[in-house]
Ligand binder design. Structure first.
Ligand SMILES: [Zn+2]
Length: 125
């Protein structure tokens, strides 16, 4: 399954929209489902990230603790990682090759490995 990579720009909510969103979800975080306490920082989270084809529509938004949202966005399997992967998949699908930088000596790609004394040695394949 490939995910489409959208280009929808993020659009901030007005304070009134934020209040409505909060009330619609009864102040519950869409990510951990715990109540968002008074004074706890929260953001309007895109249920489906914009970079993964989500929209700015109200149905695609819900309140989330800022901490939860950060974890979702920046985590190992977070949105950013998934967006990067979706982009790579899409580019490959379209036949766009990603330019690889020069191989770093000693890296697996270079065909050489650096020995403990600093000299380079051909990797045996
Ligand atoms: Zn939460």
């Amino acid at each position: 399954m490939t995910e489409d990579v959208g280009t929808t720009p993020r659009k901030p909510l007005t304070p009134t929209q934020r209040l409505k969103l909060f009330e619609t979800f009864e102040g519950r975080c869409v990510l951990c489902e715990r109540k968002i306490g008074a004074g706890e920082p929260w953001i309007d989270e895109h249920l489906r990230a914009l970079g993964l084809g989500g929209t700015n529509a109200a149905e695609n938004r819900g309140p989330a603790h800022k901490a939860c949202a950060d974890a979702k966005t920046h985590g190992k399997d977070g949105d950013l990682a998934r967006i990067a992967k979706a982009k790579r998949v899409k580019m490959r699908h379209l036949g766009i090759r990603q330019r690889k930088g020069p191989a770093i000596p000693g890296s697996r790609d270079s065909g050489w490995k650096r020995k403990l004394d600093g000299t380079l040695e051909r990797r045996s394949k």
